[in-house]
Write a protein that binds this ligand. Sequence first.
Ligand SMILES: Nc1ncnc2c1ncn2[C@@H]1O[C@H](COP(=O)(O)OP(=O)(O)OP(=O)(O)O)[C@@H](O)[C@H]1O
Ligand SMILES: [Mg+2]
Length: 273
Amino acid sequence: MTPAGARSEPAPEPELKHGHGEALLSLEAVTRTYQVGDTQVRALDGVTLTIRRGEFVALMGPSGSGKSTLLNVIGCLDRPSDGRYVLDGTPVENLTEPELAAVRRRLIGFVFQAYHLVPRMTAARNVELPLVLAGMEPRERAARVREMLARVGLTPRARHRPDQLSGGERQRVAIARAMAPGPSLLLADEPTGNLDSRTGDEIIDVLARLHEAGLTIVMVTHDPRMGARAERTLRMRDGRILGDETVPGSPPTGGTTERAPPAGPPPGAGGGR
Ligand SMILES: Nc1ncnc2c1ncn2[C@@H]1O[C@H](COP(=O)(O)OP(=O)(O)OP(=O)(O)O)[C@@H](O)[C@H]1O
Ligand SMILES: [Mg+2]
């Protein structure tokens, strides 16, 4: 598999949505420590992990086990204290803050438990916001917003503000917003955490459809039912990955089944190469 070793390989051209099965990102012996007073917290304690293009990964584990920290490192919102992280062929540790932000904008979409929509803006304006920031032309923006709202089934709610939407609808707006710039990787931190189970299922359906269309997804969840919808489950405890299971050929909404079987060595087996 990917020997995230001494050299950085030439960056694969960002032909997004293609190249299924190649490594999109790999971490090697990543730690993240926080200093609080005179105590050191090891939020990540030697994480080695490869995620391939097109995977749908659930990240599970008890509270405080490091799930959000790992997601934030993967999403370049945070940096490792030690270890290597290569995203889309780029070793992240060599990047300046502005370069890191550019990588994040180009490659990554985020969805959070609490939606984080702008309250006074309509659903459409919320989805449009990252496109405005990216400098997209108004006409192109409008078309993209319509397309994104349609993809999450919210065309009839385009003019609603967040307080005029249900929780599930808000989260679908948040997903549409995250997807609008065309990321390769969607990171979701407990996207169904505020929702009842039926509405949570609808959100996972939306994610599953995006996955089937080629998106790579990493989703933190506490809910085993939601986790079971992913094709690969990583289990964390005390800042380490203790379990990594792939369910071969189990597309969550019963669509195409052309998954490669788990090809890599089991993680945590030391020197996985
Ligand atoms: N900014 C920070 N400063 C200090 N310690 C932190 C910080 N962020 C997280 N931690 C600590 O790092 C550990 C991992 O936190 P993290 O938020 O990643 O856990 P989690 O698995 O997402 O938990 P939850 O399921 O409750 O969201 C915890 O012990 C937490 O207290
Ligand atoms: Mg968390």
